[in-house]
Structures are given as structure tokens and as C-alpha cells.
Design a protein around this ligand. Structure first.
Ligand SMILES: C[S@@+](CC[C@H](N)C(=O)[O-])C[C@H]1O[C@@H](n2cnc3c(N)ncnc32)[C@H](O)[C@@H]1O
Length: 209
């Protein structure tokens, strides 16, 4: 579930998630009346195919990464909050959990078949750079699923349309779509990376030194 961090600098965001890690899961279940589990499952099912090498960025305590594993992915979760990661490791020691910043992902180009971000993009300093990083680590023809609070109506709506219909395609994503859950409380944004003539087969995950 999204946590409003206002315009905190990255270090403030990291420290805040370290602090709320012990109560984060309980907060999620309560604030969404348990619906968050279903949203994460639908996100995983929308982008993960059995055998995919999957990145879950801003993985937090790991629930979306675990949903991606249940959908058949071989999953790596990355987050910059050690306390959130500790909980993820405890829940699913069989998955790979990496400490790292979404703005500078510690993985080589084209390492993943699919990537997900659950309630994470609104907390990052630089959304465009995050999307560029996700594009970089996804192979051509890879799939992206971003679960986030809904696209606002009213005054901000034209800005969002400009962002998702105008800017995101320029970052190398195509078939940018969204669907809403729970009467529009949250939205799942999906996209594919362009096929640029390189091998669209499966990725081998590579971590940068
Ligand atoms: C609201 S939580 C979402 C956790 C999880 N994805 C979920 O669905 O519950 C946001 C997470 O993003 C992480 N985060 C925020 N900015 C980040 C960044 N620049 N790099 C890595 N992780 C980041 C935070 O540490 C936090 O664990």
C-alpha cells in the first residue's frame, strides 16, 4: 500500500521505511481490508510467465515478489530499506533479496523478462530515471507492471495523460495500459519494452559488480 512521504529526500524515505517495517504488513491489511493481496496477485499474473526471470523493485517486505514467484517467476527483490528486506528474507528465504536503489539498479542491462513495482514509484525522487532503469534491466519484449494509487481525476488528469501517453512511450515502453481495482482506489499500469530486433528469448539474470 502506498505511504505518503511528501517530498522527503531519498534518505528520509529510506529511514521512514526502516522505522515502519515492523508494522508495514499489518498496516497494509487494515488499510485495504485485505484487498492488497488480490491486487498483488493480479499484478503478478498480468506480467509474469512461468520460468520468467523477474525483478520486483521497491520490494519492501516482499509480498509482490512472493506473488510473482507463485506465478512461476524466478524472482529477485530489490529495496534500499534493510529493515523491510529483513522481513522479506524471513518470509521467503528461497527468493533472492538485494539491497539497492531503484534509481541505479545493481543489475546488468537486459537481465530480466519481467519487472514489477508495487506502491513504490510514488516514493522515488525521479520517476523518469526509475522508468529508464527498469527499461535498461528489462530485455527487449519484456513486461512491466506498476501497481500504484489510482490515476487522479480533475485538475491533475491531463498531466497524468501527458505522462503515460506522451512521455512513457518515449522511454522505450509500448502498449502502455492501465486498469483499476476496487472502484478506482488503485491502478495497475502495464507496458512492454520495445522489440528492437535483438533476441526476445529469456533473460539470464546478471548482477553488476
Ligand atoms: C510502500 S512500500 C511498498 C513495498 C512493496 N512493494 C509492497 O507492495 O508492499 C515502498 C518501498 O519502496 C522502497 N523504496 C522507495 N524508494 C526506493 C528507491 N529509490 N530504491 C529502492 N527502494 C525504494 C521503500 O524502502 C519501501 O520498502
Amino acid at each position: 500500500m502506498s505511504v505518503e512521504t511528501g517530498r522527503l529526500p531519498a534518505e528520509g524515505v529510506r529511514a521512514m521505511f526502516d522505522r515502519i517495517a515492523p508494522v508495514y504488513d499489518a498496516m497494509n491489511r487494515t488499510m485495504t481490508a485485505g484487498l492488497d493481496r488480490r491486487w498483488r496477485r493480479l499484478t503478478a499474473e498480468a506480467v509474469v510467465r512461468p520460468g520468467d526471470v523477474v525483478l520486483d523493485a521497491c520490494c519492501g517486505t516482499g509480498d509482490l515478489a512472493i506473488a510473482c514467484a507463485r506465478a512461476g517467476g524466478r524472482v529477485t527483490g530489490v529495496d534500499f530499506s534493510e529493515r523491510m528486506l529483513e522481513r522479506a528474507r524471513r518470509k521467503a528465504p528461497e527468493l533472492e533479496w538485494v539491497a539497492g536503489d531503484m534509481l541505479s539498479l545493481p543489475f546488468a542491462d537486459a537481465s530480466f523478462d519481467a519487472a514489477t513495482v508495487g506502491f513504490g514509484v510514488r516514493n522515488v525522487d525521479d520517476l523518469e530515471r526509475s522508468l529508464r532503469e527498469l527499461r535498461r534491466v528489462l530485455r527487449d519484449g519484456g513486461r512491466l507492471g506498476i501497481l500504484e494509487i489510482t490515476r487522479p481525476r480533475g485538475l491533475l488528469a491531463p498531466f497524468y495523460r501527458f505522462w503515460f501517453d506522451g512521455v512513457v512511450p518515449l522511454l522505450g515502453f509500448v502498449e502502455v495500459r492501465y486498469r483499476t481495482f476496487a472502484g478506482g482506489i488503485v491502478a495497475l499500469h502495464t507496458a512492454k519494452t520495445e522489440l528492437l530486433g535483438s533476441d526476445p528469448g529469456r533473460s539470464g539474470r546478471r548482477q553488476t559488480p
